[in-house]
Design a protein around this ligand. Structure first.
Ligand code: FES
Length: 162
């Protein structure tokens, strides 16, 4: 990793945006990367704006990797005001925003964020979201959710970690 990228990651981590659980979220996406053990959960709240349902705010929790946290911080800002379709159309490198191009070994960190976004926003996950939204209120931390998975309560999407 270049010094320049490391500085940009540190800058994002110095003031991370949107960290933590969100009460009353409309949708929740959770992903885990089997290769590196990173896990990330994203909460999304929508609002009506100009006749469209847009993302009001998004928050996240993550274990470990600084790059994933930095990307999640930037991505949760980036998707504000976008429809679910617009947010889903963002490419991995766009989610990484001002971090710029990531080295090959760090691309999966941004893909973790992208996976959580897809888990939260893709239409086929709507049923899962309805099931896990109430359960999340009783799961105080991401760690609790992973260490004591409730039946049907958490949707894990394992990325292939290339
Ligand atoms: Fe695996 Fe960053 S090292 S998500």
């Amino acid at each position: 990793m270049t010094d320049d990228l490391q500085k940009r990651i540190q800058a994002a981590l110095a003031n991370p945006q949107n960290m933590g659980e969100m009460a009353g979220a409309d949708s929740i996406g959770t992903v885990g990367n089997a290769d590196c053990g990173e896990m990330l959960r994203l909460w999304v709240k929508f609002k009506q704006q100009d006749g469209k349902r847009v993302i009001d705010r998004a928050t996240f929790q993550s274990f470990g990797c600084e790059t994933a946290i930095a990307v999640a911080s930037l991505a949760t800002e980036l998707i504000r005001g976008k429809t679910a379709e617009e947010a889903l159309a963002l490419k991995t490198e766009e989610l990484a925003g001002e971090l710029g191009p990531l080295p090959p070994m760090k691309i999966h960190c941004a893909q973790l964020v992208e996976g959580a976004l897809r888990s939260a926003l893709e239409p086929q996950n709507v049923e899962t979201k309805k099931e896990i939204a109430p359960a999340s209120a009783n799961a105080p931390t991401l760690l609790d959710s992973f260490s004591k998975p409730k039946e049907g309560g958490v949707k894990l999407t394992f990325l292939d970690g290339k």
